[in-house]
Design a protein around this ligand. Structure first.
Ligand code: BGC
Length: 351
């Protein structure tokens, strides 16, 4: 059976199993390294390594692949779609058994998935979903939960404190995660916006998730509306940009700012009080699970995914992990306890 036919058979099987039990099975082509014969070669195509989180993901993934006795080739595209397609082509020509993609642009990387599938290589979307082309598996933290927890934090913080004005900085429009995080935020905020307790006074997407774009959005908000109570920033990078703009106006620490990723600099800002919260994503668990799953699929073994997400080309078997809200109050019990950062690092420079 050709790899394409095997995949079609899998999709049909997946839909059937899903309808019966809610559990989806995903399976790689299994043709090259079946039953563990030969060394598995995994390809990892990343959007960027310029953010702390992705450097961590890469290091943890590469380490785990080594522990599993497999090999990995990594490419990073520097936020450039043309380059990411070239990276994928290069990995295909190196005959990887399975490809993981962290897309810069979820829609643009459909082409990369199609190219891999033409070569009989299964594809896992890592952290960010690829849209418009059938993907074999999606492994991520639940992006909708991230948005829900960020918005819930504002609801809890402002409970019983009157009407509040919110500036919202969304992530990169080209990243499906940013769209799903907005969906999660909207779900929680909707009743409060309807009742008039919350007003979104300014909102924009930060291109490429860049802190400097978030800074400009915050400056535009200050210029337009003067004062506001919160910046619902999509991640720590954008939170950092927003806080720079706020501190130039003497407002840092007076406006509630959210984040995501529990980057060291963000945890330090939470400890210092200029950022109110971040979201901890246990990267080691995600990278390890992705590595184990990739090697299993490359060996043609079945993999169980309990979730499914529609990517516009059908339902994608999905493994979605939990995320955790981090504040000053639970810093020790979360990121520090988990060894994500040390106590010394987080509280460096603080009395
Ligand atoms: C990830 C976030 C990250 C953002 C910017 C998103 O897709 O889920 O963890 O902060 O990209 O890189």
């Amino acid at each position: 059976m050709s790899a394409t036919k095997a995949r079609i058979a899998l999709v049909v099987l997946s839909c059937f199993i899903s309808a019966v039990t809610g559990v989806v099975l995903s399976r790689g082509s299994g043709e090259s390294k079946a039953a563990g014969k030969g060394k598995v070669l995994i390809g990892l195509s990343m959007d960027t390594l310029k953010e702390e989180r992705w450097q961590n993901d890469k290091d943890l993934f590469v380490q785990k692949i080594g522990e599993l006795g497999a090999e990995v080739l990594v490419q990073a595209a520097n936020s450039d779609d043309t380059r990411q397609i070239q990276d994928i082509q290069a990995l295909i020509s190196r005959k990887v058994d399975l490809l993981l993609i962290v897309p810069h642009n979820g829609a643009a990387m459909a082409k990369g998935v199609a190219l891999a599938h033409e070569a009989g290589i299964p594809v896992i979307a890592y952290d960010r979903l690829i849209t418009g082309e059938p993907v074999d598996l999606y492994i991520s933290f639940d992006p909708v939960r991230v948005g829900e927890q960020q918005a819930q934090f504002l609801v809890d913080t402002f409970k019983g404190k009157g009407k509040k004005k919110i500036v919202r900085i969304l992530g990169a429009k080209t990243d499906n995660n940013a769209v799903l995080m907005k969906t999660g935020q909207d779900r929680i905020l909707a009743p409060f916006i309807k009742s008039g307790e919350f007003t979104i006074v300014h909102e924009d997407w930060a291109e490429n998730w860049k802190p400097e774009n978030a800074k400009k959005i915050t400056q535009a908000a200050i210029a337009r509306v003067g004062s506001f109570d919160a910046v619902l920033a999509a991640n720590d990078g954008t939170a950092g940009g927003a806080i720079q703009a706020l501190s130039e106006e003497g407002l840092a620490g007076k406006v509630v700012v959210t984040g995501q990723d529990a980057e060291l600099s963000a945890c330090q800002r939470v400890a210092a009080g200029t950022q109110a919260m971040t979201i901890y994503k246990p990267l080691k668990a995600l990278a390890s699970l992705a590595a184990e799953t990739a090697v299993k699929m490359a060996r043609g073994k079945p993999v169980v995914a309990r979730g499914e997400l529609d990517n516009g080309a059908g339902m994608v078997p999905s493994i979605l992990m939990d995320v955790y809200t981090v504040t000053k109050a639970n810093m020790d019990a979360t990121v520090i306890k988990d060894g994500f950062h040390t106590r010394e690092e987080v509280y460096r420079g603080l009395k």
